[in-house]
Write a protein that binds this ligand. Sequence first.
Ligand code: ADP
Ligand code: MG
Length: 265
Amino acid sequence: MQAKIIAIANQKGGVGKTTTAINLATALAASGERVLLIDMDPQGNASTGFGIAADERGLGSYALLTGEAPAASLVLPTEVPGLLMIPATEDLIGADLEFAQVDSREHLIERALAEPGLVGQFGYVFIDCPPGLGLLTLNALVAASSVLIPLQCEFFALEGISQLMRTINLVRRTLNPRLALEGVVLTMFDRRNNLGQAVADDVRAYFKADVFETAIPRSIRVTESPSHGKPVLLYDYRSPGAQAYVSLAVEFLRRQTLPAGLGAA
Ligand code: ADP
Ligand code: MG
């Protein structure tokens, strides 16, 4: 069985990439899937979000780029059974420049994950991308079989999306023809806010069935949980944010059984 590798990407920061990576991965693991989460953001928010301190991260995802250690040796456990992680270290900060002259530099993560015996242990591998469309995001898109795009329900949500879609199409034409769109997740949705609803309607009109029916509400528990080093599902299972990520996981799994390209329709 080959794992499905999913890049969680949007070049904008603060749209809910890391929150979705942490909590969708947790909800899938809770439903019995084996999941690997790879933190590719130099800020390491996904790693901190699982309470993995900077001095406990080992070589981290940076070593996927350098190939200095087997990928399997970089994997750490999390508090969530079935969910393992390759954390990020600050070494990633200089990656764009450091690897600028390296041959096949867009294929470094793909190559590292092709190591026999690692990815096959998992049903799903999520790669939490940094903001921007630099080398790290590009590597994730090349290694991935699909891309999941979180979009924050605010006025500028769709701004920059044409640029992201252009990048995805360029990757498809050149480096990774099998890259599919896993779907678009609406985040920080506030149904009492007319603007949020209008933005959600716009996004659904643009992406149609590729938008997950489940929208993640803005929830104070979601904001608080990373500072406790826990996914919101462990921090407050009953909170609306936690329940939304459970629903998203159910919908995500349901979509896996549909023929490619049909979305939720
Ligand atoms: P990104 O990874 O795209 O930069 P994050 O997932 O880190 O975005 O989210 C940005 C900020 O918004 C974080 O402080 C996070 O805790 C907060 N946040 C994300 N999703 C929600 C939500 N559903 N409700 C409340 N706060 C959220
Ligand atoms: Mg992030």
